[in-house]
Design a protein around this ligand. Sequence first.
Ligand code: SF4
Length: 543
Amino acid sequence: MESTLKVIGSSATGCGTCKPTGCGSCGTAPGKNETPAALSRRAFGHAVLAASAGALLTGCETQKPPEAVSAPAPTPPALSPDLAVVQSSKGPIMTMLDEFYKMGPGPSSSHTMGPMRITYDFFQRVSKLPEDQLQRATALKVHLFGSLSATGKGHGTDRASLAGLLGKAPATCPPQFLDALAANPDEVHKVTIGPKTLDLTLKDIIFDATKGDFHHPNTMTAKLLAGDATLYELEYYSVGGGFIEWKGYKPPDKGQPKYPFEHARELKKYLIDDKIPLPQLLLANEMAISGKSEKDIWEFLDQVAEVMVRGVDTGLTVESVLPGPIKLHSKAAAMQRNLKSTTKGEAGRAITQVASYGFAMGEENARGHIIVTAPTAGSAGIIPAVVKSLRDLKTPTQKIRDGFLAAAAIGYLCKHNATLSGAEGGCQAEVGVGSSMGAAMIAQALSASPKVVSNAAESALEAHLGMTCDPVAGYVQVPCIERCAYGAVKAWTAYCIASEEIPEERRVDLDTTVAAMALTAKEMNAKYKETSEGGLAVSVVLC
Ligand code: SF4
């Protein structure tokens, strides 16, 4: 292992492909722009893989780096003024943990999780109506409009909406319940609201007009009826990422963060100059913005971890053809089963283990089971794979909580200064950010320095720049599930690289790469932004 790492280290003299007009860092001296002596490019690639996997298996012992002279921080390039994130630049980051890590059914945060959160909200509202009003109730109905109506069938919008209306909380609804709703579409379900018990079926979720003058492309209305009369009605909007709003919605009042920051460079000042630990800083901000207690915050993060690990564990045991026209067979369970007799050695075993966790949760998302957005539903397999592999290492609960905070910090920075949406920035914004969050989580949970946490996040994000979003048939399956597996493995790889290099000598900083992602998002062809009009989506032929 040591010799492999030395070989890799000695290669850091340039990419080897520079033309005279390129970056120039490769140099032209004979041998300088070649792969290390005695290693073909293929063997060199294997060496990199083996180094990261071996480091993963061994807990990636960080060697003490030699003293390094700190290089001045490079200034990120100026962003184009017409980028959305620049136009809506808005002071310090105010995102809260429960806005970011949202629990609910996959496969789509806007078309499945959002609608279930909406109908569960409606269920709670009507449950509080006066008893005499509820006595007259005869039915509950939901109307889906716009994109929810046009593509809701494929996303399971109807069963998710019905589950919420039946009073099932999005975070805790058992997967078997959701599966049964889909398997028995004509079944009549009972829901008790105050003094009244009503019958509900999937037919009460109505696919209404797909085109019209809607307040939002994902609009739905929920109604409590007494015969033809409406007792209570509310118009809702699933505004993306699992966020929901309604007619007359006002954002919740928030406090001011104790340590305001917009970019990694301001964070760095607190962490390195003022020596405030990252988890402590984020906890203080979360408490100040949300008004929650420390206990509430830890409980929330523990629940997030449980939902994630439960999802991975379920995904590792279920083998099925995933819903939809692709007829994609799940892989996680077979990968896990075959691990017992693998002949792939340490590297193959470690990579297969982590990848199978990513597959497991990605497949659970495709089944429409409960997931956590981290940062989105499509990328929801990455952080659970990281959490599960950290638990394999017997990482203490508090360290995993700290890891969640570090991951959130990276997600917040990307959300604030670029985008988390495949529709806006391609898959670099979803799987790329998820992998970057995963790298930061591993580094923080394994007690790396703030610089290593930041470098690991940068490295993983850099490895995904330019990745397009081209889901086959519009389903969050190909390439999404496999990308979750890669995202998790790359998170570990990024951590291993960041913890082995001399931290102060990393050439690219996190702010620069986030800015590069925003620029790439802006210049990416619209075909590659979740439209299924380019790339794999048009190359793969479905029979
Ligand atoms: S390909 Fe698109 S839908 Fe799939 S995970 Fe990436 S961004 Fe999400």
